[in-house]
Design a protein around this ligand. Structure first.
Ligand code: HEC
Length: 150
């Protein structure tokens, strides 16, 4: 019984590594873009908390996170390769049916994230707030059109 279990485990490990090695380009692209979005979210969350007054405003931390999001915002677009609309993804087929509009959304993401990073340097919440609102709208606008609801 014990021996069977060990053989079974070894087989599972072997199968796992074979599967990992066989990850398709589409699977890698999905993992890549989701990773970028989750890294954006990691930084976006505390900024949202500060804008809403739920977390004490720390101008230096806000500026650091805004810089991170500005850099990250240029990155997810390249992960939407042809054929990566199936599998473990929330990406809608509409992306590839209307790629021009989707790419415009990605450009808006980069532009508005860069604008927030500039606004954040002021350390002034009155300047930061509208820039943050604009960026938040960009996320939501694209998700409404191109991302499956959870
Ligand atoms: C131009 C379109 C677009 C913009 C702009 C956009 N997203 Fe997304 N986002 C997507 C799509 C499409 C997915 C689904 C990706 C997938 O599952 O393959 C997604 C997925 C996500 C996910 C889930 C990742 C996962 O693990 O499933 C998070 C979190 C996220 N976006 C956060 C944001 C935030 C925060 C912003 C704004 C700062 C933003 N997104 C802006 C299109 C966009």
């Amino acid at each position: 019984m014990k021996k069977l279990l060990i053989v079974g485990m070894a087989t599972a490990v072997l199968m796992g590594s074979t599967l990992a090695a066989a990850a398709t380009d589409a699977e890698k692209a999905i993992e890549y873009r989701q990773g970028v979005f989750n890294t954006i979210k990691w930084n976006f969350g505390p900024m949202a908390g500060m804008v809403k007054g739920k977390i004490d405003f720390d101008a230096a931390e806000f500026a650091r996170r805004a810089d991170a999001v500005a850099a990250l915002a240029t990155m997810p677009g390249e992960g939407f390769i042809e054929g990566s609309g199936v599998g473990d993804t929330g990406a809608k087929p509409a992306i590839w049916e209307n790629k021009e509009k989707f790419d415009e959304g990605m450009d808006a993401l980069a532009k508005n994230a860069a604008a927030l990073a500039v606004a954040a340097k002021s350390g002034d919440m009155d300047i930061i707030k509208p820039a943050f609102g604009q960026l938040g709208k960009t996320c939501k606008g694209c998700h409404d059109d191109f991302r499956e609801k959870d």
